[in-house]
Design a protein around this ligand. Structure first.
Ligand code: NAD
Length: 505
């Protein structure tokens, strides 16, 4: 029997015995108390009903956030939410600290765990994506808004919803979940995750580690819960559960559609297909370096990652030379054709329409040499990205392919580049990028694209605080408009008004 199980069993027995004897103290592994100043409920031995209500039910004890049943997970999260309310802001800070420290400390082990399970992306970037969770904003983000005037004072506070139901992608399971926990718990909520089935084991391992530490430090056991074997049924159960007040989904078009049909308020971090426009005023060296850095990152799994390049015709060759000097390899037309056949399947269009391309999952997030092999070419060690010239209608332009390959399309003018960029972005309103020193070109593209992120002269990740100013989130709410999610995203704004008094001048 593992040490963990022994502890759990001891806890459950102690709880039951405690109840039979009329006292509530669990034995051995009882958590360290949060500082007395933080607790709004210092009712140590009063035995009042209120306190009993806040104590987790025995059936939900010892799970440390891991549940088979979605409704049980929601019940446990509801209890954890009430406990968090009692423990105050100090407990929220503790949770934020634990998640950030654990991500940093476990980055290598958890990065490897996620790569082993999903088989997509790159280990160096999986590790980095956990190391940077420290850049996700937490409790300090919630500054109340105050007004003072002749009629007294008014305060608007950012208050929690309760339980948030969240869905995470296969492309960054533990980083998305961890960043979400920081945001959601900082705002005073608990959360239940239905992770991607192909990235659920790593999610459960991280959730258990967080909850064990959070329980030790605060006494709250299930602040972040996860359905161990997630299914569409468990997604539906979470959406329907009455404790779940808000949804957060991070994923492709299907899950966004499903969440929006639930009738519950949904914050949707949906798909992208970010275009890059390169004009003749930019620094081509810098542009090429940024394109390779962004498009090769985690083998192009990022939703913000550069997915297609439109470049003015007369500088296209120079840009491609620069790409070649930055660990990117150009494919010939024949090699591009071979890769396209391998990377997409083509289904016959309806009613005699064009064949529709869908991405072959076996190539998503795979290393550049794997793609090169499918293209029939050997590439030097250290190759990060492949590229080739295509037209604007090529599947590699139109589909969110999530592979370390980027199509380069020549355009006659900025106007044409913007038009093609708009088409390729499919109105996802996610991310677009320009390399230019011409303010009019930048402004024209920014206005036309209307994307949540618009990055000038840098790689995509500069838009999330990595090399650009700003904060980090792995959930960028695009169709629903909340933008780069942060603790305020998961709050209800409530106003408290004092009429005529308490103004001190
Ligand atoms: P995916 O859409 O296949 O899965 C995402 C999540 O949704 C998974 O947990 C999956 O189980 C669930 N899901 C899928 N279809 C569902 C349905 N019909 N009902 C309920 N749940 C459903 O995506 P993925 O391959 O895991 O991730 C990549 C996608 O996510 C890309 O489209 C990418 O752009 C997007 N993404 C967006 C952001 C963002 O912040 N906007 C961040 C990361 C990924």
């Amino acid at each position: 029997m593992s040490a963990v199980n022994e502890t759990l069993i001891r806890d459950v027995v102690a709880e039951v015995m405690g109840r039979l004897n009329g006292n509530s103290a669990p034995a051995k592994s009882s958590p360290a108390p949060v500082p007395a100043t933080a607790s709004k409920n210092p009712d140590a031995a009063c035995g009042c009903e209120h306190k009993a209500k806040l104590r987790p039910a025995v059936a939900l004890r010892g799970k440390f956030g891991i549940f088979q049943d979605a409704n049980e997970a929601c019940a446990a999260a509801q209890e954890a939410y009430l406990q968090l309310q009692e423990k105050g802001v100090a407990a929220r800070r503790k949770i934020e600290e634990i998640v950030k420290i654990f991500c940093d400390k476990n980055a290598e082990a958890w990065g490897k765990l996620e790569l082993d399970e999903t088989k997509i992306g790159r280990l160096d970037h999986k590790i980095e994506k956990l190391k940077i969770i420290k850049l996700v904003p937490g409790v300090d983000w919630l500054n109340p808004y105050g007004r003072s005037g002749d009629h007294g004072i008014t305060l608007e506070e950012y208050t929690p919803f309760g339980v948030v139901g969240a869905v995470t992608p296969s492309t960054h399971s533990v980083p998305t979940m961890s960043g979400n926990i920081v945001n959601i718990a900082a705002a005073g909520n608990a959360v239940v995750f239905n992770p991607h089935p192909g990235a659920a084991r790593c999610a459960a391992a991280a959730v258990r580690a967080y909850n064990e530490a959070i329980y030790r430090e605060t006494g709250i056991e299930n602040i972040a819960c996860v359905v161990e074997k997630p299914t569409l049924e468990s997604f539906n159960a979470i959406c329907k559960n009455e404790n779940v007040r808000l949804l957060l989904v991070t994923g492709g078009p299907m899950v966004v559609k499903a969440a929006m049909q639930t009738g519950k308020r949904a914050i949707c971090a949906g798909p992208g297909n970010p275009p890059v426009l390169v004009d003749d005023t930019c620094c081509l060296k810098r542009a090429a370096k940024a394109i390779v850095q962004g498009a090769a990152y985690d083998n192009n799994l990022l939703c913000i990652g550069e997915k297609e390049v439109f470049v003015l015709d007369h500088i296209a060759d120079k840009l491609m030379e620069q790409l070649s000097q930055n660990a990117a390899v150009k494919l010939s037309n024949a090699q591009l054709d071979a890769l396209t056949k391998a990377a997409f399947t083509f289904k016959e269009g309806q009613a005699g329409g064009c064949a529709h391309a869908s991405v072959n999952k076996d190539f998503i997030g795979r290393d550049a040499p794997v793609l090169a092999k499918a293209a029939g070419v050997n590439v030097p060690a250290g190759t990060q990205l492949l590229f080739a010239e295509t037209d604007a209608k090529h599947p590699f332009v139109e589909e969110e392919q999530m592979m370390p390959f980027i199509p380069i399309v020549r355009v006659k003018s900025i106007e044409e580049g913007i038009e093609y960029s708009l088409e390729a972005e499919h109105n996802y309103k996610h991310t677009s990028i320009i390399h230019s020193h011409d303010v009019e070109n930048m402004t024209a593209m920014a206005r036309a694209m209307d994307t949540t992120l618009f990055i000038k002269n840098g790689p995509c990740m500069a838009g999330l605080g990595l090399g650009g100013e700003g904060y980090l989130s792995f959930s960028i709410a695009t169709p629903t408009g909340e933008g780069i999610t942060n603790p305020r995203t998961f709050t209800r704004v409530r106003r408290c008004v004092m009429v005529d008094n308490l103004r001190i001048y």
